[in-house]
Design a protein around this ligand. Structure first.
Ligand code: AMP
Length: 216
């Protein structure tokens, strides 16, 4: 099963994919995390992506699409995966469909986690991530057990550079512009399901699960 999670930055795509990973057995593939890992490791791809990621702009398609297709060709994605953060525009959506079709596969479902834009700025500025294991917390909705410390691995939590106000504004603008065409694209294919994303984390999980189980 190949599932796409759509939604603006801060809507909860990563949180839900991480929570549903064990239940569904689907690998969680997140382009944002792949870029951050490459930046941390100082790879050639990371060096190219860094200025875009840190300022909140989209990394060019010629870098992003290749990286994503390479990732989903790994063995843990052979039976499917949950894509978080990709596609971010129609070019990426089409490239993904073409690549999957070449392997006799297809996207089964696109789940849109909807949250009003006004709520996202506050959510993003309260977000803290673990630089070691990638776990994500929120000061209000999902605090770590000990403030500032990762529950999973004990590392000191950090605020992402692109969760700072300037970059947050850019990210929301860029993603707002691209979201509607993507929703239309998957709606036209009969694959879109909306999961309201403003409730408690558990409520959102239930809504995403209902979408996965085929309830529109
Ligand atoms: P995210 O963690 O999904 O918010 O992504 C963080 C940053 O990585 C974005 O602001 C972009 O700079 C970059 N990025 C992630 N996914 C994509 C994508 N599909 N296309 C282009 N850039 C991306």
């Amino acid at each position: 099963m190949y599932v796409i999670l759509l939604g603006l930055p801060g809507a909860g795509k990563g949180t839900q994919a991480a929570l549903l990973k064990n239940e569904t057995g689907l690998a969680h593939v997140t382009t944002g995390e792949l870029f951050r890992e490459n930046i941390r490791l100082g790879t050639a791809l990371g060096k190219k992506a860094q200025p875009f990621v840190e300022s909140g702009r989209l990394v060019p398609d010629e870098i992003t699409i290749g990286m994503l297709l390479d990732r989903i060709s790994q063995p843990d994605c052979a039976r499917g995966c949950m894509l978080d953060g990709f596609p971010r525009n129609l070019e990426q959506a089409r490239a993904l469909d073409e690549a999957l079709a070449g392997d006799g596969k297809r996207i089964d479902r696109a789940i849109y986690i909807s949250v009003a834009t006004g709520k996202l700025v506050r959510r993003l500025s309260g977000r803290w991530s673990c630089p070691n294991c990638g776990a994500v917390y929120n000061e209000i909705s999902l605090p770590p057990k000990t403030p500032g410390v990762c529950d999973n691995c004990g590392f000191q939590l950090e605020q992402r550079k692109d969760d700072r106000p300037d970059a947050v504004r850019t990210r929301l603008e860029v993603n707002l512009k691209n979201l509607e065409p993507l929703l239309d694209y998957y709606r036209a294919q009969g694959k879109l399901c909306e999961a309201p994303g403003e409730g408690d984390v558990e409520d959102v999980t239930r809504a995403v699960r209902a979408c996965l189980e085929g309830e529109h």
